[in-house]
Write a protein that binds this ligand. Structure first.
Ligand SMILES: [Zn+2]
Length: 114
């Protein structure tokens, strides 16, 4: 995993690589973010709504291939990722201050990106 922040933007790109059959995630955030597969895969994302950080309700599942549009992961959705093949993907976050408000420029706060 590595972190890229383009220029003076407020976008945080976290790059991940998984091997075939590997899983990642199993967490939720209190803010939206996007997921973009750049090569390999596909990945299957399983998500459930959370209440007080506890997953509840129906499980939604979707598969993302390299080159597909970014997948929006809503706030308070528990999500986990499984790779069908070796894959490289980014999770993309808006930079936030320590109160969770989006800021114009990344200030080094990784709480907004994980
Ligand atoms: Zn996540």
């Amino acid at each position: 995993m590595s972190v890229l922040v383009p220029g003076n933007s407020n976008l945080i790109f976290r790059r991940f690589e998984l091997k075939a059959g590997e899983s990642a995630g199993g967490h939720s955030h209190n803010y939206d973010h996007s997921m973009l597969v750049v090569s390999g895969g596909p990945i299957t994302v399983r998500g459930r709504r959370t209440v007080d950080e506890v997953p509840v309700g129906d499980v939604y599942e979707t598969t993302i291939h390299a080159g597909d549009d970014p997948l929006l992961i809503l706030a308070d959705w528990h999500h986990e990722i499984k790779a069908s093949g070796p894959v490289k993907y980014f999770c993309i976050f808006a930079a936030r201050d320590d109160k969770g408000n989006v800021v114009a420029k990344w200030n080094g706060n990784m709480d907004a990106a994980g």
